[in-house]
Design a protein around this ligand. Structure first.
Ligand SMILES: [Ca+2]
Ligand SMILES: [Ca+2]
Length: 86
């Protein structure tokens, strides 16, 4: 068995490990199957894509409060609720 960090985002589907365990005494043995299903945690922050952008606003009669100045896009590598943001 090797030691490495488990990362939900980079491991392939179905995101689980299967292995056999064996117990033995001087006369008998038994073997069991183990499946470990890896679940996601919120370990990635949402990030803007692109990371930074500049918005321009020209003064004038169409710049009241509430005027849309820019639209930004962000992503989060986590899944489910861990990948949701506002
Ligand atoms: Ca997240
Ligand atoms: Ca995660």
């Amino acid at each position: 068995m090797s030691c490495q960090v488990v990362d939900y985002e980079t491991m392939p589907d179905p995101k689980r490990f299967n292995f056999q365990v064996r117990v033995e005494d001087p006369d008998f043995t038994d073997t069991g199957s183990v499946t470990i299903q890896v679940t996601d945690v919120n370990d990635n922050a949402p990030v803007f894509t692109p990371e930074y952008d500049t918005a321009m606003l020209t003064e004038g009669p169409n710049t009241d409060i509430g005027t849309l100045v820019a639209t930004f896009t962000a992503t989060d590598m986590d899944s489910g609720e861990n990948g949701q943001f506002e």
